[in-house]
Structures are given as C-alpha cells and as structure tokens.
Write a protein that binds this ligand. Structure first.
Ligand code: AMP
Length: 437
C-alpha cells in the first residue's frame, strides 16, 4: 500500500465513499501509478498480476470520467469496453465496476459465451456505459449486428498474455480493428511474451508503462514448498494435507479436466467437501462451485489453469499444485490466487519424478529455490536426490508450441488526440441527448 489517499489521487467523493465502504484505505502500488495517468486520458501498459488491485486501477478512472461526461451512451455501443479472457473474470470485473460505482448512475453490461445471447442483446439495445466482454461472444454479437464499437472511448485489454495462451489473440485483434482510432487504450498483462509486446506496440500510443511485480517472479508473501512424492501417493498426500487444521480453504490445481474430476470424486469418497471447476463444466456449474467455495460450503476447489484464472476469493489459505504446470508462468499465476490484497498464503507443490524438469524451469524462471518439505509421510527421497543432482531428463514438449500463432498487423498510425497529451476528446459530450438518470 502507498501513503497517498484515494482523494489525493483526485478521485471524486462518491468513488472515495464506495472505496471506504469496501474497507480500502490506500491505493495499491498499481493504483497509485496508474490512476493519475488514466485520469489524464493517457494510454497505459500495466504489467501486473491479478491480486495487485489492477481492476480498480482501470475501473476507478473510467468511472470518474463517465460520471463527469455528458450525453447518453451510443445505442448498441458502450463508452468503456473491457475485454477479458474468461467468463469468471468478466463477471468479477463487472461486479467491481458496480461496487466502486455504487454511488453513481452507471450502466454496465456483461457479455460472455455459454449462455443464451438474447438477454445480452436486449441489454445492449440502448447502449451502456461499461461493457465487459469475453472476445468470442463479443465478436459473434458484433457480426450479427447487435453490437457496434463506434462509441468506445476507453478500451481496456485485460490479461493480454492469457488471451494469447487461450488462443483468443486473433479474436482480440479483429475486435480492435473495429474500435475508433481515437480512444484511450489500457492494456494489462502479467507477463510480456513477444507477441504481447508486439500487440502493445501496435495499439498503445505514447503510453506509460507501469510494472508492479517483475514478470514471472513469485509473490514474496507466499510461503512456497515442494513436496517430493511418487505419483501413486499423491491422492493420499492430498487427503492428509486437506485434513490438517491450518488448511481452511484450498485451491488444488490439476493439469487436466479429467484429472480434476477424478480428484474431486476421490475426495468426495474420503468425505472432504470439494468441487471441480474446468472448461467442460457449464457456466451454471462453475458459478455454483465458486459460490459454494466462497460461502465456505466446500473447502477445496479442484481447478485447471484456465478455469482458475481470475478467481478472486479472499482467504484462500493454500494453493496445492497436485500436478506441476509445464509453464513457469502458470505456476506464478496459480500461487497468486493466495496472498491476495495483503494476506499471507501458502503454496504447496507436489513433484513426482516426471515433473522434475518442470520444477527446474519454475525455479529458473522465478529465480528462486523453493524450499523442500520432507516432513510428510510420503516423502520420496530418490526424487529429492535426483533434483539435487541436477540430472533431469527433458520433459516432452507441450503447450505454447501447439498454439496457433499469427502475424501481428500493425494498425495504421492513430490521429493525434491534440492538446499535447492533455485529456483526450471525449465524444460523449457531443452526444445530443441528455443522459437518462
Ligand atoms: P485485482 O488485482 O483487481 O483482482 O484485485 C485483487 C483484490 O484486491 C480484490 O479482492 C480487490 O477487492 C482487492 N483490492 C483492490 N484494491 C484494493 C485496495 N486499495 N485496498 C485493499 N484491497 C484492494
């Protein structure tokens, strides 16, 4: 947290009041750095993970601008567009806009796939202030003529690296081509792979770069441990851990959807309350699992990487990597689910002999040596010795290489916003009718 207050950053009273209602006393570092730039109308590249307070960093200036702007939203369009990779994130971001904007009159619509499109289409008819959308459904509704992006003045691209990971980057680029050239662009990414850097260069104009955690470095407050274990003992070890008294709420990560289901079924047999959350589950089932977890009805959420992205639940005491991820960035994202907003957390990772190479990559990328917990009854000393010897075979190639990669088309040079870097022209003020209140 920083020493400035939200009021000192220039945020209006209704916003400060909403933040006080939430118990936020001071801005987080990303908020401290990003809010003044965004209130000036400047572009921004934020290198930050979830858990840093980045949602409020872009939502607060957008809300302030909307509250001060005149005119009604353009029909079938929105003044602020936030693109985010998952439905869960879209819902959470929209909730944040509603929470922070609760003392203002702001309309917010959320759009994502996997559900009937009609309610979304109806809500967009008159246009809205803030549209939070996942790329696939947004593009679909745009192609059907239900949404136009001509009214967008602030565009937020959230979790750009995940968009790439999940194969959405082409949809994102197609959406960007439909945005007005003159706009404010805000982009967030936890890491900056080449393709994301190129995208940033093509869509941001004279932007400020804000980095709150160096890419792929693990959050310091999280106590991390490696537990060497034979593959066949992982389930028993998990049960032992989940029944320890300091584990109050845990996310268990599995590599595959099938694996996640199997773990949940097994825990059920052992009498541990859990639910699996992954891409094959319906939206309703995912929301049910998240609600049960949030309400404390289930103590373990078994998740795959993509499904867990953006889960914003406080007081997660433990992250357990049942399977180690093959990409170090995923490890960083996973453990970032705990220790949110100032709390401490623990991340325990199981490592069998086949996963030693993943462990080595994680330690190399995060520039840390993760402490070994050899006190559990399934500790496999031969795996620990192999790890210490450094004689580790290369793992089979997975992941990134198989993703569709495309050429980045550089957008044509944008028109100058004029005013030498001052507040950009906000088209809303030219809208003829008064905003309905
Ligand atoms: P985010 O990185 O946007 O997902 O936010 C992570 C968590 O931090 C959320 O639970 C927010 O409610 C919380 N949060 C955001 N800003 C602050 C703040 N200034 N003070 C305390 N908590 C915050």
């Amino acid at each position: 947290m920083t020493t400035m207050t939200f009021a000192e950053l220039g945020l209006m009273k209704p916003l400060c009041r909403a933040l006080a209602d939430e118990g936020y006393t001071h801005p987080t570092p990303i908020q401290d750095k990003a809010i003044p730039t965004l209130m000036q109308g400047g572009d921004l590249l934020g290198i930050a993970q979830t858990g840093t307070g980045k949602t409020a960093a872009f939502a607060l200036p957008a809300l302030q601008w909307l509250a001060e702007a005149e005119g009604a939203p353009t029909p079938k369009s929105a003044s602020v567009l936030v693109l985010t990779p998952t439905r869960e994130l879209a819902i959470q971001i929209a909730e944040s806009f509603q929470t922070y904007g609760r003392h203002l009159k702001i309309s917010c619509v959320t759009i994502f796939g996997g559900v009937n499109q009609n309610p979304q289409v109806n809500k967009m008819r008159r246009g809205c202030d803030v549209l939070v959308a996942t790329p696939g459904r947004l593009l679909d509704l745009m192609q059907q003529g239900h949404i136009r992006l001509g009214g967008v003045e602030t565009f937020v691209l959230d979790e750009a690296d995940r968009m790439l990971d999940m194969g959405f980057i082409h949809d994102v680029k197609r959406i960007i081509t439909k945005l007005p050239a003159e706009r404010q662009t805000v982009m967030f990414s936890a890491t900056m792979p080449d393709e994301v850097s190129k995208l940033a260069a093509s869509i941001l104009k004279k932007h400020q770069r804000v980095e709150v955690t160096p890419p792929a470095t693990t959050v310091e407050r999280i106590e991390q441990k490696i537990l060497f274990v034979n593959k066949g003992d992982k389930m028993e070890l998990l049960y032992d851990l989940l029944t320890e008294k300091d584990v109050t709420r845990a996310i268990v990560f599995a590599r595959t959807k099938h694996g996640a289901n199997k773990i949940a079924q097994q825990l059920d047999k052992y009498g541990v309350t859990s639910d699996a959350i992954h891409g094959n589950k319906s939206q309703a089932a995912r929301q049910r699992a998240l609600k049960g977890f949030r309400d404390g009805k289930i103590m373990a959420l078994i998740a795959t990487d993509i499904a867990a992205r953006g889960i914003d639940i406080d007081d997660i005491s433990h992250i357990i990597n049942y399977d180690l991820p093959n990409e170090p960035e995923s490890y960083v994202h996973r453990i970032g689910r705990t220790a949110r907003a100032g709390a401490d957390g623990k991340a325990l990772s199981f490592c069998c002999s086949e996963e030693l190479a993943y462990l080595r990559d994680i330690e190399k990328t995060t520039r840390t040596t993760i402490a070994i917990d050899s006190t559990h009854k399934f500790h496999a000393e031969p795996i620990a010795e192999q790890h210490a010897s450094g004689d580790i075979p290369k793992p089979p190639k997975q992941g990134r290489g198989q993703r569709p990669q495309g050429k980045v088309s550089r957008r044509p040079q944008r028109k100058s916003r004029g005013g030498g870097g001052g507040k950009p022209h906000r088209g809303r003020s030219s809208a003829p009718q008064q905003r309905a209140s």
